[in-house]
Design a protein around this ligand. Structure first.
Ligand SMILES: Nc1nc2c(ncn2[C@@H]2O[C@H](COP(=O)(O)OP(=O)(O)OP(=O)(O)O)[C@@H](O)[C@H]2O)c(=O)[nH]1
Ligand SMILES: [Mg+2]
Length: 624
């Protein structure tokens, strides 16, 4: 083989938020998550590509880190890959990715990495931003000072990696000039300080920045980081977000809902009366359809979250919440994991890897499932639409949106309370660590990245609807349809089914919460995924009530349940540990069954107690 074309094995290492994942995606065509805050990547991801000259390259994207000390689980991953400690050889070359507008910590990391004695390459990423701000970098001088090759890149622009690719065509991995063997060992704080002095000297020699730096970021921050005004702005943003989730989505959801009803009728008229007709109409179309109608809300929610992430606001929100969260015994860095949990607790729990203190990390993991995940949206929306009138409050606030906001707030409040209690359970000597997170510069979100983010999430949601939810629906339909009623039986057929038998068996345990047997049945498959409960209610009531019920599940609920029951079920869903995958991830991330059991237990206890209180309070207030 041509010596130049020997395969290469690269690892991307760099400070958090320097654009490693953006570069990885640009090179490999992958779609790993990249966003404008530190700590997005918490796993090792591998990919491959071929350079223009035909050389194959295997590449690994890693969590960001400021040093190789491995202070938190995500940093340990990076350290171990760099040192070749995992079950794989050390990379042929460490590709350091630096944010060109903010080189201080990156250059220090390069100096530390040199001691590993491996071939290295420095990529000055975000070169577009540096140029825009009038920062000039003398790359030849930098190459000399560091003793490693240096190239520039703009990972988010088409062709922005051309220089790097060209370099890789003929790149012969060589250890840094003057370094041949591994002299790395964990550095002490004073050694790191010495390295920082070296780094500062190198930067002074190679980088010149304009005397008056671009201060748009500072100007925005002088407003949004104020302790009181900043919090009000944050609350307003969240409030508008939930209003939008409710009001903007309404027309789209109605059309989708009509579409599925039409589809159901079509199936009804095409298929002969009987089991197949019932399966297609009640099991598949009404069950899966009842979940898919929530797609517009999911898309709107993610639109807001992605915009805020890419703009760079999320790290500010974390900063603002730090004091409040600290009071509840939470680490400031817990904010991003908790915020990710609005989408789904699973990425949230994994994002807790960026927290170095074990107890802080554990607390964050334990409370992440209390944040309102998007799987609860269908449940909340269904019940809210059925029981809360579509009305404006104070002329412009949508009442249903307000209730939704209240449910999200209840989730946050309960998470903070649980953490507060955990602080005492886990030991009183506990001191929250100071907030340590770099606030990224604001960036204008790019339409392409937002569109891609929404597409990925919509796809994941539909995938779930087509797999987990679909299979649960088949199960529910089966349970609700068999055994068939004996000849001459009276009342709806479902009353003779396994579902009714199971539902009636569980009902006594749930009766104090105001739940009827239909709800009891829906809660069981809801363990697989929360949205399934909605689909299951749809199927159970559809089979019970016939064709019309399937089209108007909300009205059927309003007719069958008391307001107290509805409130009780809403409260149940704030707390209930109804998601098997979340529990599995808690086990994996904590490495213990114990914490999984603790989460399950405390959430179930809260759900039961909360629903009980809500039900009886509502009854006392005359909502029976
Ligand atoms: N303008 C510009 N933006 C970039 C460039 N590279 C990355 N970004 C943006 O910078 C932000 C951070 O990018 P990521 O790829 O998530 O950074 P990362 O290094 O993987 O971050 P962690 O995984 O948190 O360590 C994102 O908003 C990217 O869109 C670039 O070359 N130019
Ligand atoms: Mg990343």
């Amino acid at each position: 083989m041509d010596a130049q074309l020997t395969p290469l094995n690269l690892s991307l290492v760099g400070t958090p938020n320097s654009g490693k994942t953006a570069l990885f995606n640009a090179l490999t065509g992958s779609r790993q998550r990249s966003a404008n805050y530190p700590g997005v990547t918490v796993e090792r991801k591998s990919g491959a590509f071929v350079t223009p000259a035909g050389r194959s390259v295997a590449i690994v994207d890693l969590p960001g880190t400021y040093s190789l000390r491995g202070r938190s689980p995500d940093e340990e991953i990076t350290r171990d890959v760099v040192l070749g400690r995992r079950d794989e050889a050390a990379p042929d070359c460490i590709v350091c990715v630096a944010d060109s507008t903010n080189l201080r910590l990156s250059i220090r990391l390069v100096l530390e990495l040199k001691r590993v004695g491996r071939p290295m390459l420095l990529v000055l990423n975000m070169f577009d931003l540096a140029r825009h701000r009038g920062i000039t970098i003398d790359t030849d001088r930098l190459t000399l000072e560091l003793g490693i090759p240096v190239t520039t890149a703009v990972s988010v622009r088409r062709g922005g990696t051309a220089e790097l690719l060209q370099r890789l065509d003929t790149f012969a991995p060589m250890p840094p000039v003057g370094v041949t063997s591994n002299t790395w060992r964990p550095l002490s704080t004073s050694e790191l300080r010495a390295l920082q002095r070296d780094a500062d000297r190198i930067i002074a020699a190679c980088v010149s920045a304009p005397a008056k730096p671009d201060n748009l970021t500072n100007r925005i921050d002088s407003v949004v980081l104020q302790p009181v005004a900043g919090l009000l702005i944050l609350l307003t943003i969240l409030f508008v977000m939930f209003q939008a989730v409710f009001s903007w989505a309404q027309p789209l959801m109605e059309s989708l809902s009509e579409g599925f009803a039409g589809l159901g009728q079509l199936a009804h008229s095409i298929l002969p009366d009987g089991l197949l007709q019932s399966f297609v109409q009640n099991g598949v179309i009404s069950g899966v359809g009842s979940v898919i109608v929530f797609l517009p809300q999911i898309i709107i929610l993610f639109f807001f979250i992605l915009m805020l992430e890419d703009f760079g606001y999320m790290a500010r929100a974390a900063f603002l919440m730090d004091r409040i969260m600290g009071g509840a015994g939470l680490h400031g860095r817990a904010f991003i994991p908790l915020l990710s949990s609005f989408a789904c607790a699973i990425p949230g729990i994994m994002a807790a890897r960026v927290i170095d203190n074990r107890r802080d990390r554990l607390t964050t993991i334990l409370i992440a499932p209390l944040m309102t995940c998007s799987a609860r949206i269908p449940v909340y929306t269904l019940i809210i639409s059925a029981f809360v009138p579509q009305r404006e409050v104070l002329g412009l606030i949508n009442l249903q949106g307000l209730v939704m906001f209240g449910l999200y707030a209840a989730g946050i409040a309960s998470a903070l309370s649980v953490s507060f209690v955990a602080k005492f359970v886990m030991g009183r000597d506990y001191e929250p660590s100071p907030f340590m997170m770099e606030l990224p510069d604001y960036k204008l979100p790019r339409a392409k990245s937002i569109a891609l983010g929404i597409y990925m999430r919509a796809k994941a949601f539909l995938y779930r609807a087509g797999t987990t939810i679909f299979s649960m629906m088949v199960l529910i339909w089966f349970l609700a349809s068999f055994p068939q009623p004996p000849a001459g039986a009276e009342g709806p057929a479902i009353n003779y089914s396994l579902a009714a038998i199971i539902g009636h068996a569980i009902e006594p345990a749930l009766a104090p919460l105001g739940f009827n047997w239909q709800i009891a049945v829906a809660l069981i498959p809801g363990m697989a995924a929360r949205e399934v409960a909605v689909a299951a209610l749809g199927t159970v009531y559809a089979i019970e009530g016939g064709k019309e019920a399937a089209d108007r599940i909300g009205e059927v609920l309003a007719h069958n349940w008391s307001l107290a029951t509805a409130m009780s079920l809403l409260v149940w869903y704030i707390f209930a540990p109804q998601c098997a995958s979340t529990l599995a991830v808690i086990r994996r991330e904590t490495g213990s069954w114990k914490w999984m059991a603790v989460t399950f237990g405390y959430m179930l206890a809260l759900a039961y107690a909360g629903s009980f209180l809500a039900y009886h309070l509502a009854l006392a207030l005359g909502a029976g």
